[in-house]
Design a protein around this ligand. Structure first.
Ligand code: MF3
Ligand code: CO
Ligand code: CO
Length: 266
């Protein structure tokens, strides 16, 4: 692996095979957990199920012990922006929306992906936020190709979110991924077209917009991890890991079962 002038890693086509495996396992975890998301279960229960699936399929969680992080996944409900820490006390309730964020390591490669889930029946406003957030991520992915700029990603995401009156969180970014969890560049989810480093074939990174119904501002809880919206408004997020190809992007974390976004039919 080389690095370009912006210190962004450039991977070989042969490296993409490693990312395909890691990305696929991370996506399979999110597929597997779908049926277990229901009112009454604790987020710790879901976290443990994810970990068992990861271990049974040749991976390990990248999250546990990462800078002291205490659990295997992040599970962020309602007004939690990201890095919700699963706990036995937190029981899901009908109408909650949650993000489950899974990062696995397979043969040294990191696959990082997250989706929203409905607990029972979502409120119309919550479902619309999830729909728009998914669309934001996909629009970001759609502009990725050699010669585009990282600012182009943020520009299309911001434009689409603002159309619905939503705000884009700017205190967390997507990131380079591959042989390490969090690498250059920071992939901003807002910005201006034509700004930022140029996107080149062989780059591998995540796009993971966090979109709020209310204001973009967040704060970190006393546990040192969990970010919540200051105004307690709902927040949603989706995440894919992808690699830049000759003329576009290869997404490593699509759902093998087509469960990329809710509702997930039972
Ligand atoms: N998976 C998150 C991301 O998308 C990072 C979680 S770090 C943890 O980058 F330590 F909180 F797990
Ligand atoms: Co990520
Ligand atoms: Co993630």
């Amino acid at each position: 692996m080389k690095r370009n002038h912006d210190k962004i890693a450039i991977y070989e086509q042969s490296d993409f095979e490693g990312m395909r495996k890691a990305g696929r396992l991370a996506a399979e975890v999110l597929d597997y957990i779908t049926d277990y998301v229901e009112p009454g279960v604790s987020t710790e229960y879901l976290d443990n199920l994810c970990n068992e699936y990861i271990l049974a399929h040749g991976g390990i969680s990248a999250c546990i012990n990462y800078h002291g992080y205490p659990k295997y996944t992040c599970i962020s409900a309602n007004h939690v922006i990201c890095h919700g820490i699963p706990s036995a006390e937190q029981k899901l309730a009908d109408g909650d929306i949650i993000n489950i964020d899974v990062t696995v390591i397979v043969d040294g490669w990191f696959g990082d992906t997250s989706r929203m889930y409905y607990v029972g029946k979502p409120k119309i406003k919550a479902a619309r936020l999830c729909d728009v957030t998914y669309e934001c991520m996909m629009r970001g992915i759609d502009v990725v190709k050699p010669g585009a700029h990282f600012g182009d990603i943020g520009a299309v995401i911001e434009e689409y979110a603002h159309k619905y009156g939503y705000s884009v969180v700017d205190m967390f970014c997507g990131h380079g991924v591959g042989k390490v969890f969090h690498d250059n560049p920071n992939v901003m989810h807002c910005g201006r077209k034509g700004t930022g480093p140029m996107i080149e074939e062989g780059m591998i990174f995540t796009i993971e917009p966090m979109i709020n119904i209310g204001r973009k501002d967040g704060l970190i809880l006393a546990n040192g991890w969990t970010a919540v919206t200051r105004d307690k408004s709902l927040s949603a997020q989706f995440e894919h890991s992808l690699g830049v190809t000759k003329d576009g992007a290869e997404v490593f974390t699509y759902s093998p079962k087509g469960l990329d976004r809710p509702p997930y039919k039972k």
